[in-house]
Structure formats: C-alpha cells, structure tokens
Design a protein around this ligand. Structure first.
Ligand SMILES: Cc1cc2nc3c(=O)[nH]c(=O)nc-3n(C[C@H](O)[C@H](O)[C@H](O)COP(=O)(O)O)c2cc1C
Length: 329
C-alpha cells in the first residue's frame, strides 16, 4: 500500500499531473471517473493567492468526489509562500504540493518553479518553512536539475525528505530540456535504490501507454506514475493502464460514443465551472485528442475550435456521434 503520510493510495497509484489550464475541476472529474488515484490542481501563484486574485483563488476549488487531491503552489518569496500555505491549508486538500519544476520563462525568471533548481539551499529552506507552517502533508514536484551539469535530484530527494516532505514526484527532464528529447528516469530509479529514501517516489515523463507504464514501473521501481499530456483528451489512459496491470491484456480503445459523451460532459462541466465564454474557449485544446484518429474529422474539429454558440457545439458533437457511429467507422 502506497501512502502519502496516512493517505492510502492503493498498491500502485496513477496520478494526474498538475497542468495549467488543463487539470481543472471539469477535466479532473473525467480522469477520476476513469480510475485516477490522486490528482493535483494546476499550479497556483502564491503572489496571486495572497493578493486574493480571482483567477488564483478559483483554482482552490476542490470537491469531495476528487479526494485525495493536492493543491499545488508556486512562488519564490518565503513570506508569500508561507502566507499562501495558510490559505491552502484552509481549503483542506489532502496534500499541499510545491512546484519546483515549471520551466516557463515568466515563472523561472522570478526564481520560482524550476528556477529554484539553481539554488538548492533555497529550495530546501522554502520547503521547510512550508512543512513547519501547515498541518497538511507537503509534497514536491520537480525536475532532475537545471541542466545536464546540475542534475542534483538524488541529493535533493534526501534533503527534502529530511525537512519533512511526504512524497516526491520527479519529471525525468532538466529545466533546460523543457519538453524536448525523451524523459530519462535513470536517476529516479537510483533514488528508489537509495535505502535512506522512505517517502514514495512518483515517476513522471512521457508515459503514454499501458505497456510503457508497466515497463517503467518494473525498470525503475517507482511507487506510482504521474501522467500529464497523455491524459489530455484521453482520460481513458488511467483505466487502460489499470486494466493492463491487472490482467496483462490491452483494453479496447473507447468507442466513438464514449468519446462524444466524454467531450460533451467535459464541455458541460467547463461551462458550468468557468462560464460560457471561457468554458468554451478552454475546452478547445481538448477536442483534437478526444477525436484523434477519426477519419475526416477535420471539418468538425474546425467548428468545435471556432464556434461560440453552445447549441451549435452540442449539435456538432451529436453529429460526430452519428456520423462516426461504430457501424460506419
Ligand atoms: C499544458 C501543460 C501545463 C502544465 N502545467 C503544470 C503545472 O501547473 N504544474 C506542474 O507541476 N507541472 C505542469 N506541467 C508539467 C506536467 O505536470 C508534467 O510534469 C509534464 O507534462 C511531463 O509529464 P507527461 O510527459 O506525462 O506530460 C504542465 C505540462 C503541460 C503540458
């Protein structure tokens, strides 16, 4: 049984990665329904949180059916981090997660996200301050290092464990790599071989099929796997991996009817949570994956990613369901 503090996550948990503008409540509901064991919010700026910025505060919204869930924050200033920890603590997620991995410039240049990988003592100091401040279990998500010459993750894992974090998720790339090349889990495996490490170590990076999940689980000995991009528009990845782990068999992919139903539910939830305009806009990034592989889908996708009329969107989804019903595909 894998546990973060006393939160039980099953024998080999699959986690949904925090993803900005993706891992929101509408999307999380779909992933949860497909067997995801633990989820995180998209990252929330501590500066936004302590200034009560609407966009940041809304990201604290969590629902009972999502539990266990972690709220993820990012920042670089110790006072702000600690104040934000108080706000997160009040929201009562199961876990407070700190982002030390985001590679994007606007975050890194302020010393937040992966920026902190250039200053490990500060990373440890910030983490300790948050652990000391909150009664929630604190977890960290990070990368291997800043660049090829500074892959300090083995040392980082020990030091963060020593200041009290309860789990560590590692994306097998450096900041410099951004998303290029292939994620390398070798060092993640080495951390699992370190007898001093007692906390769960979750591997992250490029898992996009049941076979790869099984291979990486066996090769690197991680306690669970965190999945990001492969879940976008394809929440079925969780049930497919679970089924494969349980039976050694590959599940059939979702039917067109299931894809349409999922896209519809996602759109419903998106509009309900964000309002019509934003709900419709933010849903656009998901359609390509929901309908990937359907022949001649382009004309329908065009409508889905440009239309603002809700009725027309639903009608288009219905049409996709009819045109691509199993008999005709
Ligand atoms: C659109 C997008 C947004 C992301 N936002 C976050 C974020 O808010 N917090 C975070 O820790 N990582 C974020 N990430 C990184 C992912 O959590 C994950 O580490 C990365 O995508 C590698 O995993 P994957 O290969 O399974 O996608 C984001 C990634 C993507 C693609």
């Amino acid at each position: 049984m894998v546990k973060i503090a006393d939160i039980e996550l099953g024998a080999f948990p699959l986690l949904l990665a925090p993803m900005e503008d993706v891992s929101d409540p509408p999307f999380r509901a779909l992933c949860k329904a497909q067997g995801c064991d633990m989820m995180y919010t998209e990252f929330i700026s501590v500066e936004g949180l302590i200034r009560d910025a609407d966009k940041s505060v809304q990201k604290l919204d969590i629902y009972d059916y999502e539990r266990p869930i972690g709220i993820q924050i990012f920042g670089a200033n110790l006072d702000s981090m600690v104040q934000a920890a108080d706000i997160v603590t009040e929201a009562r997620p199961e876990v407070l997660d700190i982002n030390f991995g985001c590679p994007v410039k606007k975050v890194v240049c302020k010393g937040a996200g992966a920026g902190i990988l250039q200053d490990i003592p500060k990373m440890v100091e910030l983490t300790k301050a948050i652990v000391d401040r909150t009664d929630l279990p604190v977890t960290v998500k990070t990368r291997l290092g800043w660049d090829d010459n500074t892959k300090y993750i083995e040392e980082v894992a020990e030091r963060l464990q020593d200041v009290g974090i309860k789990a560590l998720s590692i994306h097998g790339r450096t900041r410099k790599q951004m998303y290029k090349g292939e994620a390398d889990w070798t060092l993640i495996g080495k951390i699992k071989d370190n007898p001093r490490i007692q906390i769960p170590i979750f591997g992250n990076g490029d898992i996009d099929s049941p076979e790869k999940a099984a291979a990486y689980r066996d090769r690197y000995g991680v306690d669970g796997i965190m999945i990001g991009r492969a879940a976008i528009g394809y929440p079925w990845i969780f049930r497919e991996i679970k089924h494969y782990f349980a039976t050694g068999q590959l599940l059939d992919p979702p039917t067109t009817a299931e894809r349409v139903a999922a896209a519809r539910e996602h759109l419903d939830r998106s509009i309900a949570w964000k309002g019509e305009t934003l709900g419709i806009l933010e849903m656009r990034r998901h359609y390509t994956n929901y309908f990937r592989g359907l022949p001649h889908i382009k004309q329908y996708r065009k409508v889905l990613v440009s239309e603002f009329d809700t009725e027309k969107l639903y009608a288009t989804l219905e049409e996709i369901g009819e045109i691509y019903s199993e008999a005709s595909v």
